[in-house]
Design a protein around this ligand. Structure first.
Ligand code: ARG
Length: 575
């Protein structure tokens, strides 16, 4: 339920309805939960479906709606309260709506839609987490941009967020890489080709290993050496890691993403023994074919692997160690993990282990999966070299934007900066525009499409609003008083109703861990605004009308910029 800092029609209605019905378990909260925005606004702006009430009151929903119609006084917030079949429909009174919504945006500016509900609470967000010595490819884009957006959304709600890049910098793949480097690589080639060369070596290892299984053994041996702290093995590992980090950093710079912690998997090496001891002391460990596991039969899951035959740790072991460390270090109220859906079982398993260890806070661990990214209908695969590099995608998008600007607006100030904001914005919005669980097929065409419902369309709408304000000499330094009666046309009210929804959408995006709620909302807002812009001239002779319309433009510009910011997208003032 929303707190009261914003005009909240749902709680107004819940209060009105509660006052006139009484029944078992009917209260303000659950009435609030029943309220809907009718798909067809001809019927009303908000509706109470009476089906659930009908069960409690033992009366037909139509009858309940009809009775409520007579008992509820619409003024001052509504112009009409009317029963239509089983629904009680409410129509908003324009003046208080316009006054309140625009008043709030004027007062709060970039803070409109934000809250303080998270004050004093920490949320840890584990996202991006590419693997060392593997390319940073489009498969990691979703984790990176969803995590970053959740970081911004929760921060906007007042939480103190900690972004952690749990780098994949440990595991047998490093043994493979060293083996391949020793056999087919050279320092000079690696210095020249960097990650591309590391990837070539990694791919080569896998093709060769198909016919020469002894290579796998050799790779295990090298990884064992890394774990034992062998000097040569460790220094190669460190070198490969530095090369990777340098490339990753270039991508993060383009996206303007930063992390509070870079503790990757290797960071937990010296905490593994303690984890194993604790699991053992709690009687959770069993042996299975030489490996050490936590049996999860009772929960219909395969066992969680803790130690391999040779005593080395696994992905899950390091995740358990990391969770204990994070709880101790950050006292989180929630720990979020943003990864592909393929890892769902992994998270279910080790979350269960934490619960079995007796930690209440196991319920605060949340896996946030996203759908598969494929390429021309095939799974991305580092081993097979079937990847699209994120850096290449971003720089291509920037170049394309540059070319469009050169053609359409060659005199634009700060051309390069704008090209970067828009090119990157297109890619980021593309990744955040659909429900995160949906599988996506990467296509260059779509990623670089700036028409229709895209990031550049939103940025362009924002820039257009800025340009109207500039032309009118609009300034927020003046007293922003206006006559709400001037904003009563349907196209205008439509925009204001959409602006009203923003705080609610931010809350929903947080509750569902779903940035696409904000993306879709922004598209609606931009479309409503463009409807207004085409229907109503802003710069007109009547100074009061112009003033009111300018304030609306200002409000839209403000919310577009805030919303784009929550997605991790910049909003240039000119483009
Ligand atoms: N490095 C992993 C991958 O690329 C993702 C790590 C996610 N975070 C975690 N704590 N397991 O698949």
């Amino acid at each position: 339920m929303q707190t009261k800092s914003y005009l909240d029609y749902k709680s107004i209605i819940a209060e009105l309805v509660e006052a006139v019905v009484s029944g078992d378990g009917i209260n303000r909260e659950n009435i609030y939960g029943l309220l809907e925005y009718p798909p067809d606004s001809d019927l009303g702006d908000l509706a109470l479906p009476c089906f659930k009430l009908s069960k409690v009151l033992r009366k037909a929903p139509q009858l309940i709606a009809a009775e409520l119609e007579g008992k509820i006084e619409p003024a001052p917030y509504f112009t009409e309260v009317k029963a239509t079949g089983p629904y009680l429909n409410f129509r908003l009174a324009p003046v208080p709506l316009v006054q309140e919504v625009l008043g709030q945006i004027i007062k709060l500016g970039a803070e409109y839609g934000g809250r303080t509900i998270g004050r004093g609470q920490n949320i840890v967000i584990d996202y991006s987490a590419p693997n060392i010595a593997k390319p940073f490819h489009v498969g990691h884009l979703s984790s990176t941009v969803i995590g970053n957006s959740l970081f911004k959304i929760y921060s906007f709600l007042g939480y103190n967020c900690v972004g952690i890049n749990h780098l994949g910098d440990w595991g047998t793949q490093f043994g493979k890489l060293i083996t391949a480097y020793k056999k087919w690589g050279s320092a000079a080639e690696v210095k020249k080709g960097l990650i591309k060369e590391l990837m070539r070596l990694y791919v080569k290892f896998h093709t060769e290993a198909e016919t020469d299984p002894a290579l796998e053994e050799e790779a295990r041996e090298w990884f064992r050496k890394i774990e034992e702290g062998d000097e040569e093995a460790l220094s190669l590992w460190k070198w490969f890691k530095d090369i990777s980090l340098e490339e990753f950093q270039r991508v993060y710079d383009l996206l303007e993403i930063t992390f509070q912690s870079w503790a990757g998997e290797s960071f937990y090496n010296d905490q593994i023994d303690a984890v194993v001891d604790e699991l053992n002391a709690k009687g959770l460990l069993t042996e299975s074919e030489g490996a050490t596991i936590v049996n999860l039969d009772a929960y219909d899951m395969p066992p969680c692997l803790i130690l391999k035959k040779d005593g080395s740790s696994l992905y899950a072991t390091r995740d358990i160690a990391a969770a204990l460390y994070r709880k101790k270090t950050y006292q989180f109220v929630k720990a979020l993990y943003v990864t592909g859906i393929a890892q769902t079982l992994h998270f279910q398993q080790w979350f269960k282990v934490i619960e079995l260890m007796g930690y209440q806070w196991a319920k605060d661990l949340v896996h946030i999966p996203f759908g598969l990214v494929s390429l021309k209908g095939e799974k991305l695969s580092t081993r097979k070299g079937r990847v699209v590099l994120l850096e290449e995608l971003l720089t291509t998008a920037i170049q394309k934007t540059q070319a469009i600007i050169d053609e359409k607006n060659p005199g634009l100030e700060k051309k390069e900066e704008v090209a970067r904001m828009v090119g990157v914005g297109a890619v980021v919005f593309g990744a955040l525009s659909v429900n995160r669980i949906k599988d996506v097929t990467f296509s260059w065409e779509e990623a670089l499409n700036f028409e229709g419902e895209t990031g550049p369309y939103l940025q362009y709408t924002h820039a257009r609003a800025c340009s109207i304000l500039r032309k009118a000499g609009f300034s927020t330094d003046e007293d922003l008083v206006f006559d709400p009666e001037k904003l009563a046309e349907p196209v205008t009210l439509k925009v204001i109703k959409t602006l009203y929804l923003f705080p609610e959408k931010v809350m929903a995006a947080a509750a569902e861990y779903e940035p696409s709620i904000i993306s879709r909302y922004l598209i609606d807002l931009a479309q409503d605004f463009n409807g207004f812009y085409h229907g109503c001239q802003v710069l007109v002779d009547d100074p009061d009308l112009q003033r009111a319309r300018l304030i609306l433009v200002f409000a839209v510009k403000t919310v577009l910029a805030t919303g784009l910011g929550l997605l991790g997208i910049k909003a240039p003032e000119q483009m």
